[in-house]
Design a protein around this ligand. Structure first.
Ligand code: FES
Length: 238
């Protein structure tokens, strides 16, 4: 990363650090952990045709934006059936995550905003990434995980985004997918959301990138899916 990029990284994480993780956890309410429906949005390839499960290479990481046009998500094909699971939080509450979707029930998606200090992929760099089995993390020495290199939080995408390691106080927000007539859709979220904190923390960046806060908060009904290295100039892996 060049110096300018590094300074932008520090600024982004420093701005977000005003939000306290312990506050997030203690303020969790039961209804915040239930499925929250948003606009149903079809996942598309770059050419505008529907993304099919077989288009999602298990050796790659993909990004799309949902439920708002500015809120990034990780899409991954874990290459194996991923059953539903109970996601337990450290405050004693829990919720059921639906598992993978698609013909092999192997496709999952998560909000790519880190629950620790809101690090997220930007066009300059992506600190929070999916590590396919063929690109293992240097820190935990395995693939099949999502890791945030800002402060080394590690998440399990096969278990509802639960925290495996690091300072993140709760799991990644799951993006609820559906598979209908050969097409993939995003239909809502599950788990603690951080969208309002994200919009507050990065207001100037989002205004610059999308033209206004209102435009950054537009809900989408279709999502272009691309590889993360087509979106971010630098994909930071650790
Ligand atoms: S922002 Fe700290 S681990 Fe992600």
């Amino acid at each position: 990363m060049d110096r300018r990029g590094f300074i932008k990284t520090c600024t982004a994480v420093a701005a977000a650090s005003l939000a306290s993780p312990s506050f997030f956890l203690s303020s969790l309410k039961a209804q915040e952990l239930e499925l929250k429906p948003y606009k149903k949005a079809v996942l598309l390839k770059k050419d505008g045709t529907p993304l099919k499960p077989e288009d999602i290479d298990p050796a790659k990481q993909y990004i799309f934006f949902y439920p708002y046009r500015s809120t990034p998500c990780v899409l991954a094909n874990l290459g194996k059936e991923v059953p539903p699971t109970e996601v337990k939080l450290s405050n004693g509450t829990s919720y059921t995550w639906q598992g993978g979707v698609g013909p092999r029930k192997s496709i999952v998606a998560y909000c790519a905003i880190c629950p620790h200090q809101l690090s997220y992929p930007t066009p300059e760099f992506s600190f929070i990434n999916y590590y396919p089995e063929n690109i293992p993390s240097k820190i935990v020495k395995k693939g099949g995980i999502i890791q945030c290199c800002a402060h080394l939080s590690v998440f399990d995408p096969s278990q509802g985004g639960r925290v495996i390691d690091g300072p993140a106080p709760f799991p990644l927000t799951a993006i609820v997918l559906s598979y209908e007539d050969g097409k993939l859709y995003a239909v809502g979220t599950l788990g603690k959301e951080l969208y309002e904190d994200f919009f507050d923390a990065f207001k100037p960046d989002l205004r610059e990138r999308y033209g206004s806060s209102r435009k950054a908060k537009q809900l989408v009904d279709k999502c272009e899916v691309i590889e993360v290295n087509e979106y971010a100039k630098e994909v930071i892996r650790c």
